[in-house]
Design a protein around this ligand. Structure first.
Ligand code: ADP
Ligand code: MG
Length: 258
């Protein structure tokens, strides 16, 4: 079997509704469409990435909860998706309890990292959708990842709370994962007609410089609709602006990673 130099990428921001899940799902889907073996891991108890790919959270599949808390092997938790090169470890609402259950566990910060060690080389990319918090689930995500994509939504107070996230990243670099870097800053829900969008871009570029992806994700109704059909945008509406934006983003990600 082919063995890859697996790249593990987190999508994280403790703010809710900034486009983490939409980005994780569609980055993973576009990578897979280019025949890049990809695994998406849903680490949010809301399980939006799982439902967004057509999984039913009521059914009793093994999830990231079983992986972290029930000591299930990672291979048992992986499922195939509608897209040939895309697998997923889904989430379930039970994962909400893991935040507390993890506290008393030995190596509680690195359970995800340790289990990913068992499938290293099997995928070219592993994309992890993080929850909207900076607790132990996110710490597991950032400890397991080589780099992190931070989506920033074009809205008022876009940069608020970002210093907390950057501080968490620094602490993890210092104590748990010295290799962790910021892969890129992703502007989401951009609307070129709004001055506010341009202001946010200016502020973000001033702060992060060339870490900001050249591709912006526009506000696009089709991106908002796709999850309720259980499909990534490439299957729901391949000609939409949202589809084009995520395709461009993945081209940029692939270029950065040689
Ligand atoms: P998060 O995971 O950070 O909470 P989501 O990706 O779930 O954010 O996005 C929040 C909501 O906004 C969802 O309903 C999603 O469908 C919608 N959405 C995300 N990105 C866009 C976009 N570019 N244009 C329009 N709607 C979007
Ligand atoms: Mg989400």
């Amino acid at each position: 079997m082919k063995s890859f130099n697996t790249k593990i990428l987190a999508v994280s921001n403790q703010k809710g509704g900034v486009g983490k899940t939409t980005s994780a799902v569609n980055i993973a889907a576009f990578l897979a469409i280019t025949e890049t073996p990809t695994l998406l891991i849903d680490m949010d108890p809301q399980a939006n990435a799982s439902t967004g790919l057509g999984l039913d959270p009521q059914s009793d599949y093994l999830s990231t909860y079983d992986l972290l808390i029930n000591n299930k092997t990672i291979k048992k938790c992986i499922q195939k998706t509608e897209i040939k090169y895309l697998d997923i470890i889904p989430s379930s609402t039970k994962l909400a309890g893991a935040e507390i259950e993890l506290v008393s566990m030995f190596t509680r910060e690195s359970i995800l990292k340790d289990s990913l060690g068992n499938i290293y080389g099997k995928y070219k990319y592993i994309i992890i959708d993080a929850p909207p918090s900076l607790g132990l689930l996110t710490i597991n995500v950032l400890t397991a990842s080589q780099s992190v994509i931070i989506p920033i939504q074009c809205e008022y107070y876009a940069l608020d709370g970002l210093s907390q996230l950057l501080n968490t990243i620094r602490l993890i670099q210092k104590n748990l994962n010295p290799e962790l870097i910021i892969e890129g800053i992703l502007i989401t829900m951009y609307d070129s007609r709004l001055n506010l969008s341009k202001q946010v871009v200016n502020e973000v570029e001033e702060y992060f410089g060339d870490k900001v992806y050249k591709t912006f994700i526009n506000r696009n109704v089709r991106l908002g609709e796709a999850p309720s059909h259980g499909k990534p945008i490439i299957l729901y509406d391949p000609t939409s602006t949202g589809s084009k934006n995520y395709m461009d983003l993945v081209t940029e990600i692939l270029q950065h990673n040689g």
